[in-house]
Design a protein around this ligand. Structure first.
Ligand SMILES: NC(=O)c1ccc[n+]([C@@H]2O[C@H](COP(=O)([O-])OP(=O)(O)OC[C@H]3O[C@@H](n4cnc5c(N)ncnc54)[C@H](OP(=O)(O)O)[C@@H]3O)[C@@H](O)[C@H]2O)c1
Length: 240
């Protein structure tokens, strides 16, 4: 992997998949810059990363904060997008438009704006990796809203890889991963969902942040990968 001394920005790198990615990429010699909205969480995350790292508070739903962040940072090589809210799930009949708009704001528009704000300073030899979600291609009940958000992002990958060439554009689409994304669901209920999911998956377990981080690191480091979505979901779409 040829990312030694390259600067990698991980938006939403202060926990879960983003943080696991930062840890892997520093092992390959990259300089990582992680962002999040919460300063304290950011500091705790930075303390857990060995290697060349720095961090900045930047809310990806704010175009002003994004512009300031990228202007201050200067030229960099790779952008990884892990930000997301937790809204957007639930049965279609009771899904509120207001709630889904908020969810689009916190994921689709945050990713969209971050990419636009990054383009002046993103190195032409570099890459953009979106973290989408398996909901974009499954038929699981209660995921219509999430499918719409992540499907919209995944639909952008091919034309964006074409327009931004030679910058490479890819996505990793995770299945169910044990991270803080699930924090709003009470512990008991969450563990029941995890156990039920694990029982139906061919791999017999739910995902760890490191499973997704390895797929992201592969896309960032492999200069021949562009226009792809890697589905890293333990076989979520495989039915008996
Ligand atoms: N976990 C799963 O099962 C799963 C499945 C499919 C897809 N995904 C996707 O994977 C990605 C990473 O999520 P995760 O599971 O690693 O969850 P996570 O642990 O909650 O990580 C989310 C990260 O994004 C940051 N963040 C959220 N909103 C932000 C904003 N507006 N501006 C800047 N930073 C923001 C959070 O820090 P602050 O809170 O401090 O801002 C945190 O660092 C998300 O896009 C999620 O949709 C997750």
């Amino acid at each position: 992997m040829n990312i030694e001394q390259q600067t990698v920005v991980i938006m939403g790198g202060s926990s879960g998949i983003g943080l696991a990615t930062a840890k892997i990429l520093t092992q390959y010699g990259a300089n990582v810059v992680i962002t999040g909205r919460n300063q304290k969480k950011l500091e705790t995350a930075l303390a857990s990363i060995n290697g060349s790292k720095s961090g900045a508070v930047c809310n990806a739903t704010s175009t002003d904060e994004l512009t300031n962040f990228f202007t201050k940072l200067g030229e960099f090589h790779h952008l990884i997008l892990c930000v997301s809210g937790t809204e957007g799930g639930g049965a279609f009949v009771s899904l509120e438009g207001k709630q889904l708009r908020q969810a689009f704001e916190e994921k689709f528009w945050a990713h969209f704006q971050a990419v636009q704000a990054s383009l002046k300073t993103l190195h032409k030899s570099g890459s953009i990796t979106f973290v989408t979600a398996a909901s974009a291609r499954t038929s699981l009940s209660g995921t219509v809203g999430l499918a719409a958000i992540n499907g919209a992002l995944e639909a952008m990958i091919l034309p964006l890889a074409n327009e931004l060439r030679p910058i490479r554009v890819n996505a990793v689409s995770p299945g169910v991963i044990d991270t803080g994304w699930w924090k709003n669901i009470p512990e008991k209920e969450r563990q029941a969902i995890f156990a039920q999911t694990a029982a139906t998956l061919p791999v017999g377990r739910i995902g760890r942040p490191e499973d997704i981080a390895e797929a992201i690191a592969f896309l960032v480091g492999n200069g021949f990968m562009t226009g792809t979505v890697i589905e890293c979901d333990g076989g979520l779409r495989i039915k008996e």
